[in-house]
Design a protein around this ligand. Structure first.
Ligand code: GLA
Length: 631
């Protein structure tokens, strides 16, 4: 025990949060993932960026909003109409009040000397919609860093052009929410990254230097606690200015700062990668940055692989296969469904994609389970998501340029292979049924998407890996954030083939996984494979919401993928903060041990795997077959 405490104290003192010496593995009896704000299901709506970049005005935005209402998309859940970068004119000196581009938003002139977005948000609210705005953690925004022209950029002196939140969080949030009536804010991060003293824009004299605390290519050069502190301050201001709780915070730091691990604790949606573009390769990057992160998304805190780019490039009306894949994948991953097209001109074939109510229903299912991978390879994947009804959503995704015949097994769906499984194709609405397995054909870049109904393989209960929306890796055991090699790297990025290529940058490798060991292998304990379970590193704590189950069961042990064969791990189960059961200390190579724990009446179960091992990275553990049972 002393050894354990020492190891943990050293880790606490050498980690970024000196001073926070509370035992991170101690049970709290409390669900800790973000549930403030208004995102019980993933937000749906429209955002100006992919359609217009900074070239926005009132007509363009209200035109798309009107089409959302007139086409019936609003009734299907598309609600937020979000301004992105480009709305700001300047910060007024000396009172620092934010000024908007009243020449682009004529209704704002009602505010006289202080133009106001209030008539604009009133108009959206009167249409039954909600309104979103954009800002930056730093002094300046992303377009100020990257725009080729300054036509749409903030104007005036160096200080006037500082339109980001830095140093003004409380004042700006009050203006955006209390004064102007917005309901949603997206907060970008370029201001913390792109204004170093040596940068060309600072040397030009037009911008003040801000020593970068966010480095997209080096998580080690990023001040994570400082960034988290800013998001905490933003959250406090949001609470103050939205007493009814009707607000939404969107984190936009692109998977940098290891945010793929902690974004779920700070905002309703959190970007897992850099910007999408209308290119197949970029879709793969953004999708990959989210697809292995099912356990990091829950009602109230969703992974965000960026907005939809349906309507342009590889996803335009001449590429309906790709456009449908984009929509099906974003839906089954519980991504925000933010349309990025000029809806005044969007053809019916694409409007039909946005309006597919059956696909939307998968995304908006109240259980909030992001799909998990039932079959994984570099060119073909099968994703399954358990719906609140117990039905499954199923996507078969052909990433490649070749045709595939796919054998779909009932077991992929965790359904029995001796009872019929019904499938409804959510594009054609065709119904089929199979028992055991069925062969399906998938064309290049196609995603087949179904709703499935069958008989559960596990009778009388659910595997935890079928309910990632109710499982939160509060501590996932990662001590040294490492780039995730499973994310596709594309030449369709910003630099093209200029420079050294698209190198691995997004941290998160070794995170908690459903039906997989943390580094992607299958779950195995002492040579025994398990098709279901949670893989996580040692020195971790999982929070599990119990929706009325009577019993928790699992087979626990050190996973065969561990390279630390020396240290043992103890598995403990807590119910509402009280210890319910502990395993014997288990080492690599020892057989899986059964745990069976009564949890009747318990609201929050916590699963703690402790070890004195210094390097959790070498000690993956398995909560194999972990399940909540009715009896
Ligand atoms: C960043 C964000 C984008 C968009 C632009 C605006 O690149 O990731 O989504 O908001 O800034 O400049």
């Amino acid at each position: 025990m002393r050894k354990l405490l020492t190891a943990w104290l050293i880790a606490a003192l050498s980690g970024p949060s000196i001073g926070a010496i509370a035992d991170p593995l101690a049970p709290t009896g409390r669900w800790s993932a973000y549930s403030a704000g208004h995102a019980a299901t993933p937000p749906m709506g429209w955002n100006s960026w992919n359609a217009f970049a900074t070239d926005i005005d009132e007509d363009k935005i209200l035109g798309s909003a009107q089409r959302i209402v007139d086409s019936g998309l609003a009734a299907k859940g598309y609600r937020y109409i979000n301004l992105d970068d480009g709305w700001a004119l300047k910060r007024r000196i000396p009172d620092n009040h934010m000024m908007m581009r009243a020449d682009k938003f004529p209704s704002a002139r009602a505010g006289g000397d202080t133009p106001t977005f209030k008539p604009f948000t009133d108009r959206l609210h009167a249409m039954g919609l909600k309104a979103g705005i954009y800002s930056d953690l730093g002094r300046n925004t992303c377009s100020e860093a990257f725009s080729g022209t300054d036509t749409d950029l903030p104007k005036g002196s160096v200080l006037e052009r500082e339109v980001g939140l830095y140093g003004h969080i409380d004042q700006d949030i009050a203006v955006y929410f209390s004064e102007w009536g917005f309901d949603y804010i997206k907060v970008d991060g370029c201001g913390l990254r792109d204004y170093g003293p040596a940068s060309a824009r600072v040397r030009s004299g037009k911008f003040r230097a801000l020593v970068p605390i966010l480095d997209s290519s080096a998580v080690t050069r990023t001040d994570i606690p400082a960034i988290q502190a800013m998001f905490r301050q933003i959250n406090a201001a949001l609470v103050r200015n939205n007493p009814d709780g009707d607000y939404l915070l969107s984190l936009c730091i692109w998977g940098a700062a290891n945010v793929r691990t902690w974004g779920k604790d700070y905002g309703a949606v959190s970007r897992t990668s850099d910007d999408i573009s209308p290119a197949w390769g970029r879709l793969l990057v953004n999708y990959d940055s989210t697809v292995t992160r099912s356990l990091y998304a829950h009602p109230g805190s969703w992974n965000d692989p960026d907005m939809l780019f349906i309507g342009a490039g590889d996803f335009d009306a001449d590429h309906l296969t790709e456009a449908r894949s984009h929509f099906a994948l974003w839906s089954i991953l519980n991504a925000p469904l933010m349309i990025g097209a000029d809806l005044r001109k969007t053809p019916p074939a694409l409007m039909d994609i946005f309006g597919n109510a059956d696909v939307i229903a998968l995304n908006q299912d109240p259980a909030g389970n992001q799909a998990t991978l039932a079959y994984d390879s570099s060119d073909l994947q099968i994703l399954v998501k358990t719906l609140a009804s117990g039905d499954k959503a199923l996507a078969i995704f052909n990433r490649s340029s070749g045709d595939y015949d796919v054998d779909l097994h009932a077991a992929h769906l965790k359904y029995s292979d001796s009872a019929p499984v019904e499938l409804i194709d959510l594009w054609s609405k065709q119904r089929t049924s199979f028992t055991g397995k069925v062969r399906l054909h998938v064309r290049p870049r196609e995603t087949l998407i179904f709703r499935a109904h069958g008989t559960r393989l596990l009778q009388g209960g659910y595997y935890l890996s079928e309910q990632p929306g109710s499982v939160n890796p509060a501590v996932d055991g990662i001590v040294h954030p490492t780039a995730d090699p499973t994310i596709f790297r594309t030449a369709a990025g910003w630099a093209g083939t200029n420079g050294p290529g698209d190198r691995p940058v997004y941290a998160g490798w070794g995170g908690a996984r459903a039906d997989s060991a943390p580094y992607g292998q299958m779950l195995n304990i002492a040579g025994r494979p398990f098709a279901a379970g949670i893989g996580i590193l040692a020195n971790s704590r999982l929070e599990v919401r119990n929706h009325g189950a009577q019993r928790f069961t699992a087979m626990v042990g050190v996973d065969d993928s561990a390279t630390d064969k020396t240290h043992d791990v103890t598995f403990a189960v807590y119910g509402d903060g009280k210890l319910l059961a502990t395993s014997a200390p288990l080492k690599w190579g020892m057989a899986a041990r059964p745990l069976s724990v009564a949890v009747a009446g318990v609201k929050l179960i916590e699963l703690v795997a402790r070890s004195a091992g210094a390097a959790n990275e070498r000690l993956p553990v398995s909560w194999a077959d972990a399940a909540l049972m009715e009896r």
